[in-house]
Design a protein. Structure first.
Length: 256
């Protein structure tokens, strides 16, 4: 199974466990793209609708794509009060497209799953001539010591393949995405913004979050449960909760 298809198996956990996105981010996207009530938005990989809600609350029309039928089902429930939000169960690759009708295309924590050969080309083709692509992702920072050191030890022992920087580091300014976006022939100069914030976690909320991450989903069941049990024990030993700091990185560019 491809990693991007593992999320549907934990759809019920996903919406509550995954972090949301800072409200100023949505305001900045709307301002950069110059959106008004008549503009249409395409969302690539909506999951259970965490990012979708930010635009729904502002009254915009969104076509949201995701390959996970269970994820889409939860997103429909979460956004049932917003008739301007439509959902399609499909990968971006398989979706037939609707050329040059969207003022904004957005991808929240999802564009890295799209095939590189169409990642920018097909997205640009869906946009109006002055349309905007907004890509953003939450990057967790290492917990403060001593818990951070304990987590490193646990991963080295139970899941060495997951040691090192998190997969979300793809969205850091020195990660691969920023350079790929800048080098794209389909979009102009890229604007980057960063939003620091934090979230408190208990042992349960944090291990629920880890259960939704694709790398953890691909571990053997016994290996994953042993890892999560050790993580939970470490949190309990160090006070029962901890602050997990995040940086949300946003990248914006206009279609050439």
């Amino acid at each position: 199974m491809e990693q991007r298809f593992t999320f549907d198996g934990v759809a019920a956990l996903y919406g509550g466990a995954r972090p949301v996105y800072p409200e100023p981010l949505f305001n900045d996207i709307v301002a950069f793209a110059g959106l008004d009530d008549m503009d249409r938005i395409l969302e690539i990989g909506c999951g259970t609708g965490q990012a979708t809600q930010g635009f729904a609350r502002r009254g915009f029309s969104v076509l949201a794509l995701d390959p996970g039928s269970d994820l889409i089902g939860i997103a429909r429930e979460n956004l049932a009060d917003f008739p301007n939000i439509r959902f399609t169960t499909s990968t971006f690759e398989a979706w037939q497209g609707d050329a040059a009708v969207f003022t904004l295309a957005l991808a929240a924590q999802s564009l890295h799953w799209v095939a590189p050969e169409i990642r920018f080309a097909k997205t640009a083709a869906q946009l109006t001539p002055d349309g905007t692509l907004a890509v953003f992702g939450n990057v967790p920072l290492p917990p403060a010591s001593p818990l951070g050191l304990e987590f490193s030890r646990i991963y080295s022992q139970y899941a060495p393949s997951l040691s090192g920087p998190p997969a979300e580091a793809w969205y850091l300014p020195d990660g691969p995405f920023a350079a790929l976006f800048e080098e794209s022939d389909h979009f102009g100069p890229v604007t980057h913004r960063c939003y620091p914030w934090s979230r408190m976690h208990s042992a349960t909320s944090y291990t629920d979050l880890l259960r939704t991450l694709s790398g953890h989903r691909l571990l053997a069941d016994g290996q994953r449960e042993a890892l999560l049990a050790e993580i939970a024990e470490a949190i309990a030993t160090h006070g029962g909760e901890f602050e997990l700091r995040y940086e949300t990185h946003l990248y914006l560019a206009t279609r050439r």
